[in-house]
Every structure is written in C-alpha cells, then in structure tokens.
Design a protein around this ligand. Structure first.
Ligand code: FAD
Length: 283
C-alpha cells in the first residue's frame, strides 16, 4: 500500500521555497502518494511547477492570515482527520514548528523537530534523522506508537559566501549596521537565538541548533558568546571572525580572527573602510 504523505506549507513560507521540500520527498519516495497542502488565507491559483507525481491541494481559510496558531491548527486538524495521512511533514519555519507542536498536543501524535534528513523503510516506517547534544551526535528516531508520523524539517538557508551575524551584544544600533555590512559584502544577515528573542532580527535569520545551519566561506560573529547551540549551526564555516568585548568569550576559541572590541563600533569602522575602498575603486 502506498504511504500517504501530507507535506504542509505554512503561511510564513514562500511557495517557491517550499517546492524544494516536495522535491526532496518525491526524490525519496517516488512511488508514494504525496500531497502538498498549501495553507493560505484566500483562494489562490497554483502556478509553480511541482515535481511530477506531487498533488497540490490548496487549503484556504481566512484564519491563515491571522497568525493565530490555535485557529490555524484547528482548521488543519479537520483536514488531517479527513485525509488520514501516514506521514505529515512541515518545514521548520516559525509557524510550521508552532502549528506542528499544537497538532501534536491536540491529536496525541508524536513529533520530531528539526530533521536534517529522513528516509522511509519497506515497512512504512519513517526514519527521522536529527542532530542531538549540540550537534555532536546524529540521532535516528522512529515513531513507535500511533500511525501518523509527524516531523518538522530544517530547510537549508539560501547559500551565502559571507554571513554577518549578530548576538545580544550587538544591540539595536549594531544590528542596523550589520544589515548594511551584510548587504555591502553581498552576504546574508544571521543572528543568535537571544538576538531573535529580543526582537533584533527575524527568526528566519537564526543560526544554530533550532535555526539554520550555514557554512559560508566567512562567518562574522558580532556580540555572540558562542553557546554550543549557536556553534552547532556555524562551526563548519571556512573562516570565523569574532568580535566581542569579553576576551574570555567562548566564541574566541573557535575564531580564526579575534577582535576584542565593541560590536557596533567595529561594524561602523568596517563600513567606513569598505566604503572608502569602494570609492577608491579597490573593491
Ligand atoms: C534547546 C535550545 C536550543 C537553542 N538553539 C539556539 C540556536 O539555534 N541558536 C542560538 O544562537 N542559540 C540557541 N540557543 C540559546 C543559546 O544557548 C544561547 O542562549 C544563545 O546562543 C546566546 O545568544 P548570544 O550569544 O547572542 O547572547 P549572550 O550569551 O547573552 O552573549 C552576548 C555576548 O555579547 C558580548 N557583548 C556584550 N556587549 C557587547 C558589545 N557592546 N560589543 C561586543 N560584544 C558584546 C558578551 O560578552 C557576550 O559574549 C538554544 C538553547 C536551547 C536550550
């Protein structure tokens, strides 16, 4: 019998990004019945080409513009009970994670968060692979009780050669400068979880165990202490440049270049040098 997969696109994810997940599932289980369920606030036409074999179903309900997790979860629950899937996958966006957790509690389904990989065996068991203990171990998890196997999957962040990341120590002023620096260097902005929690950067920028994994050629860490959960997402970077006022900060143990100075001030000086060099035609 075919496995019935529901691959769900939360409202906070663009469809063209989501398509990568359906392609991944299709590649691993081409014979199975896959249905991508797009959660939207209004009826929309689907004009992005999905991989062959994937059926797309639009589940529209005005609650999907509310960003209210329990309303969105309840609307989706009805759909799930009708479809009776074997596997439910969500991309690990902020809303994807929250809706999945809400459904897990509500429907009594197990949930594995932040998969980095998965495969289906011949008995219809989904092997869910994720990092554990600060990315020092790879765990393989199977759902023993219940038929529905549910997980959230980490989506790879758009590749970038340079990531300019800030932590709590960068502050609001520092983050404005880091954003400009990332743009001028042609890189991406990153952030620690503490910075995201403090509202200094959006969740999509979070690097680490519960955010994105990145491995750019150069990773700038401004005002980031270097907690194990942050290191898990960036320690594979080519070169690490750390800026911190505390000379004993753990991040310095992993850095190729260490700058013991104020984060915002360092970013300001780097921007000024970069702009001068550009004006002189040096880069
Ligand atoms: C289950 C779990 C999952 C987690 N997942 C993640 C994750 O995905 N990503 C993540 O980042 N964290 C994650 N965390 C949180 C993690 O443990 C740390 O709390 C977090 O990384 C700390 O962020 P931070 O370095 O910005 O803040 P802090 O630890 O508060 O460090 C701030 C740093 O800034 C420095 N500083 C202060 N002022 C300045 C200044 N003016 N200029 C320069 N430096 C300055 C300080 O010396 C300090 O080193 C997770 C935690 C748990 C329990």
């Amino acid at each position: 019998m075919k496995t019935r997969w529901l691959i769900i696109k939360p409202p906070d994810m663009q469809e063209k990004v989501f398509i990568g997940l359906s392609a991944r599932v299709c590649g691993k289980s081409p014979e199975d019945a896959q249905i991508c369920v797009l959660l939207t606030g209004k009826k929309e036409k689907v004009d992005i080409p999905y991989p062959e074999g994937v059926r797309v179903s639009v589940h529209s309900d005005p609650v999907f513009t509310s960003h209210d997790i329990s309303l969105m979860g309840a609307s989706l629950e009805k759909r799930i009970r009708e479809r009776e899937p074997d596997v439910i996958l969500f991309p690990a966006t902020e809303e994807g994670k929250q809706i999945a957790a809400w459904l897990a509690g509500r429907m009594g389904i197990g949930l594995t968060a932040d998969l980095t990989d998965f495969y289906m065996d011949e008995n219809g068991i989904l092997h869910q692979i994720r990092m554990a203990y600060g990315a020092s171990l790879q765990a393989e998890i199977v759902t023993c009780a219940g038929r529905i196997q549910m997980a959230t999957i980490k989506m790879e962040r758009e590749k970038a050669d340079i990531v300019v990341a800030g932590g709590l120590g960068a502050g609001k002023e520092g983050f404005a400068l880091l954003e400009e620096l990332a743009r001028l260097l042609g890189g991406k902005l990153g952030a620690s979880r503490a910075a995201v929690d403090a509202g200094l950067a959006p969740f999509s920028c979070q690097i680490g165990q519960s955010g994105n994994y990145v491995n750019p050629k150069i990773y700038f860490a401004f005002g980031i202490s270097g907690a194990v959960q942050h290191l898990a997402g960036m320690k594979g970077s080519g070169k690490i440049v750390a800026v911190n006022t505390d000379e004993r900060a753990l991040i310095f143990d992993y850095a190729d270049y260490k700058i013991c100075h104020d984060a915002a001030d360092t970013a300001r000086m780097m921007l000024a040098c970069l702009k001068d060099a550009r004006a002189d035609g040096l880069c």
